[in-house]
Design a protein around this ligand. Structure first.
Ligand code: NAD
Length: 501
């Protein structure tokens, strides 16, 4: 493994920048004057601050969204679409600024954040197109009546997003919600809000009326929970961990909110001996040793390998990992950035200890932080963990069952197709799976039998806004993306007009 030193790490601590919330078209600090430090995970230094919003800020934002709702829902769909297209253009124009902020804030390497911004702009345009396709149905029930259904926005909706891809998620979900005619309050992740606050600036430039989109930063337990229990918020779309999803479900029962949950994963990546092993090894490695250092909900963190090729395949992964460049996420040459913040860094390091304590064999990796860099390097204070692979035969172990959310994978051997399916499904999660095989019959059998929202075959981690994405089991309950993406943001209303014969 090599370390990128050709571009200096970002934002020295002397240049701390303050970013503001967007409420009712105005940029504001938190009502109580509190701030949250944003730490650059590449250096461990504070580089920005975001307001520590709380219940008062959520109340203001919901009031602004409520005030903007009737006008926004009555704005012709073509006009809503036109404003969204202007936003997409503005995001493209400022793509360079935005990916740099995203990478600086959460450490996700440029190789991922830069294309994600352009993808986000494309998705805004896709949702703008869908705004003009919202339809109801006419149902022929009786000759004396006209009976039909219409789709309507929910009203004020809440969006809570995680730190691993905050900007991409903000662009995707906000554009769908407002294309459908809702007004929205967004609660970004407390440790990676900067790129979202920056992208929100360009909404006003695009002509979006004040109050249609509001962004309140702050802790999940304060601003997040206040949004979840707010009586005027009709729906919450939450993306984050399964544990928080469970808590939000409990909290939201007070006024029976509609909940869309997109949660964690522990995705199996299955390799059969008949696969193209060169391509499989590259894909399996890229599925977990990502630009975001394995902090991807769809990371292929359980690698299931047919026993006859097990040793050979682990060797291939070891060689690929040894050639990866770990370093400054802003550098073009960097393959993998740091973990996003200190407590997650400690959590992943703890799992490395857990793996060894559980009796798994460390096939490669395991080093982190100061063990990886020269003491004089500014990166030695960063939250880096090298690509790490454990080998075990115990799928009940914690490293096989719990989402680590870092560049730490576990490999297990299987003998038969039946056993591969059983191992793949032996998880609380059901977000994604990968299958590498040249046997078409087997591939189709596995697609049917694996319980996950996505199955990739002879590829991995491919997403597109036109294809639905969702979790099964404890990985979530509602889809995003796809031709029906706006349905998630619309309610049904039925009409029965009795007009006689
Ligand atoms: P998290 O659950 O800790 O936090 C997510 C968001 O919820 C943050 O904005 C946080 O402030 C907020 N929050 C926390 N407690 C809250 C509460 N009590 N009430 C309201 N809001 C609260 O998740 P995370 O650690 O930020 O993100 C990582 C997780 O997200 C992983 O489990 C990952 O798999 C998952 N994820 C899922 C998807 C998907 O599409 N399924 C995509 C990305 C990430």
């Amino acid at each position: 493994m090599s370390i990128a030193t050709n571009e200096s790490p970002t934002a020295p601590s002397s240049n701390v920048v303050d970013y503001l919330q967007l409420i009712g078209g105005e940029f504001r600090a938190a009502s109580n004057g509190g701030w949250i430090d944003s730490v650059n995970p590449t250096t461990g230094q504070v580089w920005a601050r975001v307001p520590a919003g709380n219940t008062d800020d959520i109340d203001l934002a919901v009031a602004a969204a409520s005030a903007a709702y009737e006008d926004w829902r009555s704005t012709p769909a073509a006009q809503r679409a036109s404003i969204l297209r202007a936003w997409a253009r503005s995001v493209r124009e400022h793509a360079d600024e935005l990916w740099r902020l995203d990478s600086t804030d959460n450490g996700r390497a440029r190789v991922e954040t830069s294309p994600a911004i352009l993808g986000g702009a494309g998705q805004i345009e896709f949702h703008a197109g869908l705004a003009e396709t919202i339809t109801g149905e006419t149902v022929d029930i009786s000759p004396t009546a006209s009976t039909y259904s219409v789709r309507e926005p929910f009203g004020v909706v809440g969006l809570i997003i995680p730190w691993n891809a905050p900007l991409a998620m903000f662009l995707a979900k906000v554009s769908a919600a407002v294309a459908a005619g809702n007004t929205i309050v967004v609660k970004p992740p407390e440790r990676a809000s900067v790129s979202v606050l920056a992208a929100a600036r360009y909404l006003a430039d695009a002509g979006l009326p004040p109050g249609v989109v509001n962004v309140v930063t702050g802790e999940g337990s304060a601003a997040g929970e206040a949004l979840v229990i707010h009586p005027e918020v009709r729906k919450i779309s939450f993306t984050g961990s399964t544990a928080t999803g469970r808590r939000i479900t409990e909290k939201s029962t007070s006024n029976l909110k509609v909940l869309g949950l997109e949660l964690g994963g522990k995705s199996p990546h299955i390799v059969f001996a008949d696969a193209d092993l060169d391509a499989a090894a590259i894909s399996v490695s890229a599925g977990i040793f990502t630009g975001s250092a394995g902090q991807a909900c769809i990371a292929g963190s359980r690698i299931l390998i047919e026993r006859s090729i097990f040793e050979d395949f682990v060797d291939r992964l070891r060689i690929i990992a040894s050639r990866m460049t770990l370093g400054d996420p802003l550098a073009e040459s960097t393959d993998m950035g740091p973990i996003a913040f200190d407590t997650q860094f400690e959590k992943v390091r703890e799992y490395v200890k857990v793996g060894s304590a559980e009796g798994a064999t460390l096939a490669f990796g395991g080093r982190s932080g100061a063990e990886l860099f020269d003491e004089a390097s500014p990166l030695s204070g960063g939250y880096f963990i090298e690509p790490t692979l454990f080998v075990t035969d115990d799928n009940t172990s914690r490293i096989c069952q719990e989402e680590i959310f870092g560049p730490v994978a576990v490999a297990l051997a299987f003998d038969t197709e039946e056993e591969a399916v059983a191992l793949a499904n032996d998880s609380l999660y059901g977000l994604a799976a990968g299958v590498w095989s040249s046997d078409l019959g087997r591939v189709h059998r596995l697609i049917r039998r694996i319980r996950s929202g996505t199955v990739w075959v002879n590829t991995y981690r491919r997403l597109h806004w036109a294809l639905p994405f969702s979790g099964q089991k404890e990985s979530g309950n509602r889809p995003s993306n796809g031709p029906h993406a706006l349905d998630e943001w619309l309610e049904h209303k039925s009409v029965w007009i009795e007009h006689g014969a």
